[in-house]
Write a protein that binds this ligand. Structure first.
Ligand code: GLU
Length: 520
Protein backbone atom coordinates (compact mmCIF):
# COMPACT_ATOMS: atom_id res chain seq x y z
CA UNK A 1 0.00 0.00 0.00
CA UNK A 2 1.41 3.34 -0.90
CA UNK A 3 1.71 5.78 1.93
CA UNK A 4 0.69 9.43 1.93
CA UNK A 5 3.72 11.59 1.20
CA UNK A 6 4.97 13.20 4.38
CA UNK A 7 8.18 15.20 4.48
CA UNK A 8 9.67 17.38 7.13
CA UNK A 9 11.98 20.30 7.55
CA UNK A 10 13.86 19.77 10.80
CA UNK A 11 16.03 22.78 11.61
CA UNK A 12 17.98 23.20 14.80
CA UNK A 13 17.41 26.65 16.29
CA UNK A 14 21.11 27.42 16.53
CA UNK A 15 21.01 30.66 14.56
CA UNK A 16 19.32 32.23 11.56
CA UNK A 17 18.40 30.04 8.65
CA UNK A 18 20.99 30.27 5.87
CA UNK A 19 19.55 30.52 2.34
CA UNK A 20 20.68 26.92 1.79
CA UNK A 21 18.40 25.92 4.66
CA UNK A 22 15.51 27.79 3.10
CA UNK A 23 16.17 25.93 -0.15
CA UNK A 24 15.98 22.61 1.72
CA UNK A 25 12.65 23.68 3.22
CA UNK A 26 11.42 24.82 -0.19
CA UNK A 27 12.29 21.54 -1.93
CA UNK A 28 10.54 19.62 0.84
CA UNK A 29 7.50 21.86 0.50
CA UNK A 30 7.39 21.56 -3.31
CA UNK A 31 7.76 17.80 -3.10
CA UNK A 32 4.98 17.51 -0.52
CA UNK A 33 2.56 19.71 -2.44
CA UNK A 34 3.25 18.04 -5.76
CA UNK A 35 2.43 14.68 -4.24
CA UNK A 36 -0.63 15.87 -2.36
CA UNK A 37 1.22 15.25 0.88
CA UNK A 38 2.10 17.01 4.10
CA UNK A 39 4.98 19.30 4.92
CA UNK A 40 5.92 19.17 8.59
CA UNK A 41 8.09 21.55 10.57
CA UNK A 42 9.94 19.94 13.44
CA UNK A 43 12.28 21.86 15.70
CA UNK A 44 15.36 19.82 16.61
CA UNK A 45 16.49 21.52 19.78
CA UNK A 46 17.98 18.72 21.86
CA UNK A 47 21.41 20.33 21.94
CA UNK A 48 20.81 22.98 24.57
CA UNK A 49 24.40 24.28 24.34
CA UNK A 50 23.79 25.45 20.82
CA UNK A 51 20.39 27.04 21.44
CA UNK A 52 20.17 30.65 20.28
CA UNK A 53 17.29 32.80 21.50
CA UNK A 54 15.09 34.08 18.70
CA UNK A 55 16.30 31.50 16.17
CA UNK A 56 13.09 29.46 16.20
CA UNK A 57 10.95 32.56 15.66
CA UNK A 58 13.32 33.62 12.89
CA UNK A 59 12.97 30.28 11.10
CA UNK A 60 9.19 30.42 11.23
CA UNK A 61 9.07 34.02 10.07
CA UNK A 62 11.48 33.31 7.22
CA UNK A 63 9.41 30.36 5.98
CA UNK A 64 6.25 32.39 6.24
CA UNK A 65 7.80 35.30 4.29
CA UNK A 66 8.64 32.81 1.52
CA UNK A 67 5.11 31.38 1.50
CA UNK A 68 6.32 27.99 2.73
CA UNK A 69 3.47 27.07 5.05
CA UNK A 70 3.73 23.89 7.14
CA UNK A 71 0.70 21.60 7.20
CA UNK A 72 1.77 20.32 10.56
CA UNK A 73 4.00 21.64 13.29
CA UNK A 74 3.08 25.31 13.32
CA UNK A 75 -0.40 26.64 14.04
CA UNK A 76 -2.22 29.52 12.39
CA UNK A 77 -0.71 32.03 14.78
CA UNK A 78 2.78 30.94 13.75
CA UNK A 79 3.61 29.08 16.97
CA UNK A 80 5.10 25.63 17.21
CA UNK A 81 2.27 23.30 18.25
CA UNK A 82 2.67 21.72 21.68
CA UNK A 83 -0.45 19.60 22.10
CA UNK A 84 -1.79 16.93 19.75
CA UNK A 85 -4.93 17.59 17.74
CA UNK A 86 -6.47 16.18 14.58
CA UNK A 87 -4.45 18.51 12.39
CA UNK A 88 -1.30 18.13 14.50
CA UNK A 89 -1.45 14.49 15.63
CA UNK A 90 2.25 14.21 16.35
CA UNK A 91 2.62 17.18 18.66
CA UNK A 92 4.69 18.34 20.34
CA UNK A 93 6.93 19.25 17.40
CA UNK A 94 9.80 20.56 19.48
CA UNK A 95 12.14 17.72 20.38
CA UNK A 96 12.94 19.23 23.77
CA UNK A 97 9.24 18.73 24.61
CA UNK A 98 9.33 15.14 23.41
CA UNK A 99 12.02 14.25 25.94
CA UNK A 100 10.14 11.35 27.65
CA UNK A 101 9.66 9.57 24.32
CA UNK A 102 13.24 8.76 23.48
CA UNK A 103 14.75 6.83 26.38
CA UNK A 104 12.61 3.73 25.86
CA UNK A 105 13.86 3.51 22.28
CA UNK A 106 17.47 3.72 23.38
CA UNK A 107 16.81 1.05 26.01
CA UNK A 108 15.09 -1.11 23.40
CA UNK A 109 18.30 -1.05 21.36
CA UNK A 110 20.30 -2.11 24.41
CA UNK A 111 17.88 -4.95 25.14
CA UNK A 112 18.29 -6.19 21.57
CA UNK A 113 22.07 -5.89 21.54
CA UNK A 114 22.33 -2.86 19.26
CA UNK A 115 23.55 -0.40 21.87
CA UNK A 116 25.37 -0.29 25.18
CA UNK A 117 25.94 1.91 28.22
CA UNK A 118 29.17 3.89 28.24
CA UNK A 119 30.51 5.16 31.55
CA UNK A 120 33.70 6.90 30.43
CA UNK A 121 33.91 10.32 31.97
CA UNK A 122 34.75 13.41 29.96
CA UNK A 123 38.21 13.42 31.60
CA UNK A 124 38.87 9.81 30.69
CA UNK A 125 37.91 10.41 27.09
CA UNK A 126 40.02 13.57 26.98
CA UNK A 127 43.00 11.56 28.26
CA UNK A 128 42.47 8.93 25.53
CA UNK A 129 42.30 11.68 22.94
CA UNK A 130 45.51 13.26 24.19
CA UNK A 131 47.24 9.89 24.19
CA UNK A 132 46.21 9.23 20.60
CA UNK A 133 47.26 12.71 19.56
CA UNK A 134 50.70 12.19 21.09
CA UNK A 135 51.01 9.11 18.90
CA UNK A 136 49.84 11.19 15.91
CA UNK A 137 46.53 9.34 15.79
CA UNK A 138 42.92 10.26 16.25
CA UNK A 139 40.90 8.68 19.01
CA UNK A 140 37.61 7.22 17.85
CA UNK A 141 35.08 5.44 20.05
CA UNK A 142 34.48 2.45 17.79
CA UNK A 143 34.34 -1.32 17.59
CA UNK A 144 38.06 -1.57 18.37
CA UNK A 145 38.47 0.97 21.17
CA UNK A 146 35.17 0.12 22.89
CA UNK A 147 36.78 -3.14 23.98
CA UNK A 148 39.25 -1.15 26.06
CA UNK A 149 36.85 1.43 27.49
CA UNK A 150 34.50 1.49 30.47
CA UNK A 151 31.15 0.33 29.18
CA UNK A 152 28.55 -2.37 29.63
CA UNK A 153 30.36 -4.52 27.09
CA UNK A 154 33.57 -4.63 29.15
CA UNK A 155 32.37 -4.29 32.75
CA UNK A 156 30.75 -7.05 34.82
CA UNK A 157 26.95 -6.84 34.90
CA UNK A 158 26.87 -5.89 38.62
CA UNK A 159 29.28 -3.02 38.04
CA UNK A 160 27.14 -1.77 35.14
CA UNK A 161 24.04 -1.95 37.33
CA UNK A 162 25.84 -0.10 40.12
CA UNK A 163 27.10 2.67 37.83
CA UNK A 164 23.68 3.12 36.26
CA UNK A 165 22.26 3.61 39.74
CA UNK A 166 24.95 5.77 41.23
CA UNK A 167 26.31 7.94 38.44
CA UNK A 168 24.65 10.39 36.11
CA UNK A 169 27.07 11.09 33.33
CA UNK A 170 26.76 7.88 31.36
CA UNK A 171 25.52 7.63 27.81
CA UNK A 172 23.97 5.07 25.52
CA UNK A 173 26.06 4.41 22.42
CA UNK A 174 25.19 2.62 19.21
CA UNK A 175 27.06 -0.65 18.88
CA UNK A 176 28.27 -0.42 15.30
CA UNK A 177 28.60 -3.94 13.88
CA UNK A 178 32.01 -4.99 12.67
CA UNK A 179 32.98 -5.25 9.01
CA UNK A 180 29.51 -4.99 7.56
CA UNK A 181 28.76 -3.24 4.28
CA UNK A 182 25.84 -0.83 4.53
CA UNK A 183 24.14 -0.60 1.15
CA UNK A 184 22.22 2.59 0.65
CA UNK A 185 20.21 4.34 -2.02
CA UNK A 186 19.97 8.06 -2.33
CA UNK A 187 17.37 9.60 -4.62
CA UNK A 188 19.92 12.11 -5.88
CA UNK A 189 23.23 10.33 -5.45
CA UNK A 190 22.17 6.82 -6.27
CA UNK A 191 23.80 3.70 -4.85
CA UNK A 192 26.20 4.15 -1.92
CA UNK A 193 28.14 1.54 0.07
CA UNK A 194 30.02 2.08 3.29
CA UNK A 195 31.84 -0.44 5.48
CA UNK A 196 30.92 -0.13 9.14
CA UNK A 197 34.59 -0.45 10.13
CA UNK A 198 34.95 3.20 9.11
CA UNK A 199 32.18 4.32 11.46
CA UNK A 200 32.19 5.17 15.14
CA UNK A 201 29.85 4.30 17.98
CA UNK A 202 27.76 7.44 18.19
CA UNK A 203 26.13 8.56 21.41
CA UNK A 204 22.35 8.16 21.17
CA UNK A 205 21.15 9.25 24.59
CA UNK A 206 22.69 11.08 27.54
CA UNK A 207 21.82 10.46 31.15
CA UNK A 208 23.21 13.86 32.16
CA UNK A 209 20.35 15.82 30.57
CA UNK A 210 18.15 12.81 29.79
CA UNK A 211 18.06 13.91 26.17
CA UNK A 212 18.66 12.04 22.94
CA UNK A 213 21.30 13.19 20.48
CA UNK A 214 20.36 14.29 17.00
CA UNK A 215 20.67 10.79 15.52
CA UNK A 216 18.29 9.01 17.87
CA UNK A 217 15.72 11.79 18.04
CA UNK A 218 15.77 12.26 14.28
CA UNK A 219 15.18 8.58 13.49
CA UNK A 220 12.57 8.04 16.19
CA UNK A 221 10.67 11.15 15.16
CA UNK A 222 10.83 10.46 11.44
CA UNK A 223 9.41 7.04 12.24
CA UNK A 224 6.69 8.26 14.61
CA UNK A 225 5.78 11.12 12.27
CA UNK A 226 5.49 8.68 9.36
CA UNK A 227 7.97 10.52 7.19
CA UNK A 228 8.20 9.05 3.69
CA UNK A 229 11.12 11.05 2.24
CA UNK A 230 13.99 12.80 3.97
CA UNK A 231 15.25 15.67 1.83
CA UNK A 232 18.17 17.41 3.50
CA UNK A 233 21.57 18.95 2.98
CA UNK A 234 24.57 16.89 1.96
CA UNK A 235 26.28 17.61 5.27
CA UNK A 236 24.09 14.81 6.63
CA UNK A 237 25.25 12.21 4.12
CA UNK A 238 28.00 10.89 6.46
CA UNK A 239 25.26 10.13 9.01
CA UNK A 240 23.25 8.08 6.53
CA UNK A 241 24.91 4.68 7.25
CA UNK A 242 24.18 5.11 10.96
CA UNK A 243 20.61 6.09 10.18
CA UNK A 244 20.19 2.99 8.00
CA UNK A 245 21.63 0.85 10.79
CA UNK A 246 19.25 2.42 13.28
CA UNK A 247 16.19 1.69 11.13
CA UNK A 248 17.39 -1.88 10.86
CA UNK A 249 18.08 -2.18 14.58
CA UNK A 250 14.58 -0.92 15.39
CA UNK A 251 13.03 -3.27 12.83
CA UNK A 252 11.53 -0.32 10.94
CA UNK A 253 13.06 -1.09 7.56
CA UNK A 254 9.68 -1.51 5.87
CA UNK A 255 8.68 2.05 6.55
CA UNK A 256 12.12 3.59 6.33
CA UNK A 257 11.93 6.89 4.44
CA UNK A 258 13.74 7.34 1.15
CA UNK A 259 16.64 9.77 1.32
CA UNK A 260 17.68 12.67 -0.90
CA UNK A 261 20.81 14.65 -0.04
CA UNK A 262 21.04 18.07 -1.65
CA UNK A 263 24.34 19.48 -2.79
CA UNK A 264 25.75 22.63 -1.29
CA UNK A 265 25.30 26.19 -2.45
CA UNK A 266 28.63 27.42 -3.74
CA UNK A 267 30.34 30.80 -3.72
CA UNK A 268 29.89 32.89 -6.88
CA UNK A 269 33.31 31.74 -8.16
CA UNK A 270 32.29 28.11 -7.61
CA UNK A 271 35.11 27.54 -5.15
CA UNK A 272 33.75 26.27 -1.87
CA UNK A 273 30.64 26.54 0.20
CA UNK A 274 28.69 29.79 0.29
CA UNK A 275 29.38 31.27 3.69
CA UNK A 276 28.06 34.19 5.66
CA UNK A 277 31.31 36.05 5.11
CA UNK A 278 31.02 35.79 1.32
CA UNK A 279 27.79 37.69 1.51
CA UNK A 280 29.36 40.46 3.54
CA UNK A 281 32.40 40.58 1.27
CA UNK A 282 30.63 40.45 -2.07
CA UNK A 283 27.61 42.49 -1.12
CA UNK A 284 24.62 40.16 -1.05
CA UNK A 285 22.60 38.59 1.74
CA UNK A 286 22.96 34.93 2.66
CA UNK A 287 20.01 35.05 5.04
CA UNK A 288 16.36 35.40 4.09
CA UNK A 289 15.71 38.02 6.77
CA UNK A 290 17.94 40.45 8.59
CA UNK A 291 19.46 38.88 11.71
CA UNK A 292 20.95 40.50 14.74
CA UNK A 293 22.94 37.99 16.78
CA UNK A 294 23.12 38.08 20.58
CA UNK A 295 26.34 40.14 20.31
CA UNK A 296 24.48 42.76 18.30
CA UNK A 297 26.17 41.92 14.98
CA UNK A 298 23.86 42.53 12.04
CA UNK A 299 23.56 40.32 8.96
CA UNK A 300 21.59 41.59 6.01
CA UNK A 301 18.51 39.79 4.71
CA UNK A 302 16.89 39.40 1.31
CA UNK A 303 13.67 40.88 2.65
CA UNK A 304 15.32 44.00 4.01
CA UNK A 305 17.47 44.34 0.90
CA UNK A 306 14.26 44.72 -1.06
CA UNK A 307 13.84 41.34 -2.71
CA UNK A 308 10.29 40.22 -3.37
CA UNK A 309 9.63 36.88 -1.66
CA UNK A 310 8.41 35.41 -4.98
CA UNK A 311 11.71 36.37 -6.62
CA UNK A 312 13.71 34.90 -3.73
CA UNK A 313 11.76 31.63 -3.87
CA UNK A 314 12.14 31.44 -7.64
CA UNK A 315 15.89 32.03 -7.57
CA UNK A 316 16.36 29.57 -4.71
CA UNK A 317 14.41 26.88 -6.53
CA UNK A 318 16.76 27.25 -9.48
CA UNK A 319 19.89 26.93 -7.36
CA UNK A 320 20.35 23.23 -7.96
CA UNK A 321 17.22 22.37 -9.89
CA UNK A 322 15.60 23.27 -13.21
CA UNK A 323 12.34 22.28 -14.89
CA UNK A 324 14.10 20.76 -17.88
CA UNK A 325 12.86 23.38 -20.34
CA UNK A 326 13.78 27.01 -20.88
CA UNK A 327 11.40 28.53 -18.37
CA UNK A 328 13.10 30.52 -15.62
CA UNK A 329 10.23 32.45 -14.10
CA UNK A 330 7.93 30.19 -12.15
CA UNK A 331 5.45 31.04 -9.43
CA UNK A 332 5.15 28.85 -6.35
CA UNK A 333 2.22 27.00 -7.95
CA UNK A 334 4.16 26.46 -11.14
CA UNK A 335 7.16 25.27 -9.14
CA UNK A 336 4.92 22.75 -7.37
CA UNK A 337 3.75 21.48 -10.77
CA UNK A 338 7.22 21.33 -12.31
CA UNK A 339 9.30 20.07 -9.38
CA UNK A 340 10.90 16.67 -9.40
CA UNK A 341 13.73 15.20 -7.35
CA UNK A 342 15.31 13.65 -10.42
CA UNK A 343 16.02 17.07 -11.89
CA UNK A 344 18.08 18.11 -8.89
CA UNK A 345 21.69 18.52 -9.90
CA UNK A 346 24.27 16.48 -8.09
CA UNK A 347 27.03 19.06 -8.25
CA UNK A 348 27.04 22.19 -6.12
CA UNK A 349 24.92 25.13 -7.26
CA UNK A 350 26.77 28.35 -7.80
CA UNK A 351 25.17 31.51 -6.47
CA UNK A 352 25.19 34.56 -8.74
CA UNK A 353 24.27 37.98 -7.45
CA UNK A 354 23.62 39.20 -11.01
CA UNK A 355 21.09 36.43 -11.46
CA UNK A 356 19.50 37.30 -8.13
CA UNK A 357 19.13 40.91 -9.30
CA UNK A 358 17.73 39.71 -12.62
CA UNK A 359 15.06 37.72 -10.81
CA UNK A 360 14.02 40.66 -8.74
CA UNK A 361 13.86 42.92 -11.79
CA UNK A 362 11.69 40.41 -13.59
CA UNK A 363 9.28 40.20 -10.68
CA UNK A 364 9.25 43.97 -10.31
CA UNK A 365 8.31 44.30 -13.98
CA UNK A 366 5.42 41.93 -13.50
CA UNK A 367 3.93 44.19 -10.84
CA UNK A 368 1.43 46.90 -11.76
CA UNK A 369 2.47 50.52 -11.53
CA UNK A 370 -0.21 50.92 -8.89
CA UNK A 371 1.28 48.23 -6.69
CA UNK A 372 4.79 49.60 -7.09
CA UNK A 373 3.48 53.06 -6.25
CA UNK A 374 2.00 51.71 -3.05
CA UNK A 375 5.38 50.19 -2.16
CA UNK A 376 7.33 53.33 -3.06
CA UNK A 377 5.19 55.81 -1.08
CA UNK A 378 6.45 54.64 2.35
CA UNK A 379 10.04 55.08 1.12
CA UNK A 380 9.22 58.61 0.01
CA UNK A 381 7.64 59.29 3.38
CA UNK A 382 10.75 58.05 5.16
CA UNK A 383 12.59 60.70 3.15
CA UNK A 384 10.10 63.35 4.21
CA UNK A 385 8.32 63.51 0.84
CA UNK A 386 4.54 63.63 0.71
CA UNK A 387 3.23 63.83 -2.84
CA UNK A 388 -0.10 62.97 -4.37
CA UNK A 389 -0.42 59.35 -5.48
CA UNK A 390 -0.96 60.21 -9.15
CA UNK A 391 2.31 62.06 -9.30
CA UNK A 392 4.19 59.18 -7.64
CA UNK A 393 2.51 56.77 -10.06
CA UNK A 394 3.67 58.87 -13.02
CA UNK A 395 7.24 58.79 -11.68
CA UNK A 396 7.00 55.00 -11.21
CA UNK A 397 5.65 54.54 -14.74
CA UNK A 398 8.53 56.60 -16.10
CA UNK A 399 11.32 54.85 -14.21
CA UNK A 400 10.11 51.28 -13.66
CA UNK A 401 12.32 49.86 -16.41
CA UNK A 402 15.41 51.29 -14.74
CA UNK A 403 15.14 49.77 -11.29
CA UNK A 404 15.91 46.42 -9.65
CA UNK A 405 14.44 47.12 -6.22
CA UNK A 406 11.63 49.40 -5.11
CA UNK A 407 14.16 51.44 -3.12
CA UNK A 408 15.94 52.21 -6.41
CA UNK A 409 13.02 54.45 -7.38
CA UNK A 410 14.31 56.91 -4.83
CA UNK A 411 17.85 56.79 -6.20
CA UNK A 412 16.76 57.05 -9.81
CA UNK A 413 13.97 59.58 -9.37
CA UNK A 414 14.93 61.65 -6.35
CA UNK A 415 15.28 64.66 -8.66
CA UNK A 416 11.57 64.44 -9.42
CA UNK A 417 10.79 65.11 -5.76
CA UNK A 418 13.56 67.45 -4.61
CA UNK A 419 15.66 70.02 -6.44
CA UNK A 420 19.37 69.20 -6.63
CA UNK A 421 21.41 70.61 -3.77
CA UNK A 422 24.67 70.05 -5.59
CA UNK A 423 25.87 69.48 -9.13
CA UNK A 424 28.21 66.79 -10.40
CA UNK A 425 31.56 68.54 -10.61
CA UNK A 426 32.82 66.81 -13.73
CA UNK A 427 29.55 67.36 -15.57
CA UNK A 428 29.45 71.00 -14.49
CA UNK A 429 33.01 71.61 -15.69
CA UNK A 430 32.19 69.99 -19.00
CA UNK A 431 28.72 71.33 -19.75
CA UNK A 432 28.18 74.51 -17.76
CA UNK A 433 30.32 76.78 -19.91
CA UNK A 434 29.43 80.48 -20.04
CA UNK A 435 27.95 80.00 -23.49
CA UNK A 436 25.88 76.97 -22.56
CA UNK A 437 24.62 78.67 -19.43
CA UNK A 438 23.25 81.53 -21.51
CA UNK A 439 21.66 79.14 -23.98
CA UNK A 440 20.07 77.03 -21.23
CA UNK A 441 18.69 80.20 -19.66
CA UNK A 442 17.23 81.24 -22.98
CA UNK A 443 15.85 77.78 -23.77
CA UNK A 444 14.23 77.47 -20.34
CA UNK A 445 12.79 80.91 -20.51
CA UNK A 446 11.31 80.19 -23.92
CA UNK A 447 9.88 76.84 -22.78
CA UNK A 448 8.42 78.10 -19.52
CA UNK A 449 7.06 81.42 -20.78
CA UNK A 450 6.57 81.39 -24.54
CA UNK A 451 5.72 77.80 -25.27
CA UNK A 452 1.96 77.41 -25.22
CA UNK A 453 1.49 73.87 -26.53
CA UNK A 454 0.47 70.92 -24.38
CA UNK A 455 2.67 70.43 -21.27
CA UNK A 456 3.31 66.79 -22.02
CA UNK A 457 6.39 64.79 -22.76
CA UNK A 458 5.64 64.65 -26.48
CA UNK A 459 4.55 68.28 -26.71
CA UNK A 460 7.63 69.53 -24.86
CA UNK A 461 10.03 67.29 -26.70
CA UNK A 462 8.89 68.31 -30.15
CA UNK A 463 8.71 71.99 -29.36
CA UNK A 464 12.03 72.17 -27.52
CA UNK A 465 13.94 70.28 -30.20
CA UNK A 466 12.34 72.41 -32.87
CA UNK A 467 13.16 75.62 -30.98
CA UNK A 468 16.83 74.66 -30.35
CA UNK A 469 17.23 73.69 -33.99
CA UNK A 470 15.65 76.88 -35.26
CA UNK A 471 18.03 78.91 -33.09
CA UNK A 472 20.92 76.78 -34.36
CA UNK A 473 22.07 76.09 -30.80
CA UNK A 474 24.22 72.96 -30.23
CA UNK A 475 21.56 70.37 -29.32
CA UNK A 476 23.64 67.95 -27.22
CA UNK A 477 25.34 70.64 -25.20
CA UNK A 478 22.15 72.52 -24.40
CA UNK A 479 20.30 69.33 -23.48
CA UNK A 480 23.09 68.08 -21.20
CA UNK A 481 23.44 71.43 -19.49
CA UNK A 482 19.68 71.64 -19.04
CA UNK A 483 19.63 68.16 -17.49
CA UNK A 484 22.45 69.20 -15.19
CA UNK A 485 20.37 72.16 -14.05
CA UNK A 486 17.26 70.04 -13.49
CA UNK A 487 18.81 66.98 -11.85
CA UNK A 488 22.36 67.80 -10.74
CA UNK A 489 23.95 65.48 -13.32
CA UNK A 490 24.22 65.41 -17.09
CA UNK A 491 23.00 61.86 -17.58
CA UNK A 492 19.77 60.26 -16.48
CA UNK A 493 16.14 60.69 -17.38
CA UNK A 494 14.97 62.38 -20.57
CA UNK A 495 14.62 66.19 -20.50
CA UNK A 496 11.05 66.17 -21.78
CA UNK A 497 10.06 63.47 -19.26
CA UNK A 498 11.59 65.50 -16.46
CA UNK A 499 10.05 68.78 -17.56
CA UNK A 500 6.62 67.23 -18.09
CA UNK A 501 6.54 66.00 -14.50
CA UNK A 502 8.24 68.96 -12.84
CA UNK A 503 6.06 71.61 -14.49
CA UNK A 504 7.12 74.99 -15.94
CA UNK A 505 7.50 76.83 -12.63
CA UNK A 506 9.86 74.19 -11.17
CA UNK A 507 11.88 74.01 -14.41
CA UNK A 508 12.35 77.78 -14.36
CA UNK A 509 13.25 77.75 -10.66
CA UNK A 510 15.82 74.97 -11.06
CA UNK A 511 17.49 76.67 -14.01
CA UNK A 512 17.65 79.90 -12.00
CA UNK A 513 19.22 78.03 -9.03
CA UNK A 514 21.79 76.37 -11.30
CA UNK A 515 22.68 79.74 -12.82
CA UNK A 516 23.33 81.09 -9.37
CA UNK A 517 25.17 78.07 -8.01
CA UNK A 518 27.31 77.43 -11.04
CA UNK A 519 28.13 81.03 -11.95
CA UNK A 520 31.86 81.27 -12.48
N1 GLU B 1 18.43 19.16 12.73
C1 GLU B 1 19.15 18.87 11.52
C2 GLU B 1 19.62 20.20 10.93
O1 GLU B 1 19.69 21.12 11.64
C3 GLU B 1 18.26 18.11 10.58
C4 GLU B 1 18.95 17.23 9.62
C5 GLU B 1 17.95 16.31 8.96
O2 GLU B 1 17.13 16.83 8.18
O3 GLU B 1 17.96 15.13 9.22
O4 GLU B 1 19.89 20.36 9.77
Amino acid sequence: MSRKTRVRFAPSPTGPLHMGGVRTALYNYLYAKQNGGDFILRIEDTDSHRFVPGAEEYIIEALSWCGIVPDEGVDASGKVVETPSERHPHAPYRQSQRKPIYRQYAEQLIANGFAYYAFDTADELAARRAEAEAAKQTFIYNQVTRKTLRNSLTLPAEETARLLETTTDWTIRFKMPENTVVVMDDLIRGHIEVNTDTLDDKVLWKRADELPTYHLANIVDDHLMEITEVIRGEEWLPSLPLHYMLYKAFGWEDTMPRFAHLSLLLKPDGKGKLSKRDGDKLGFPVFPLRWVNPEGEVSRGYREDGYFPEAFVNLLAFLGWNPGDDREILSMDELVQAFSLDRIVRSGARFSVEKAHWYNREYLRMKSTEELTGLFIPILEQNGIHREKDYVAAVVALTRERVTFVADFWTVAKCLFVAPDSYDEKDAAKFWTAENATLVGAAASWLCKDYSGPWTKVGIEEALVEHIRSQEWPMGKVMNALRLALTGAASGLGIADLAALLGPAEVAARVASAEKALMK
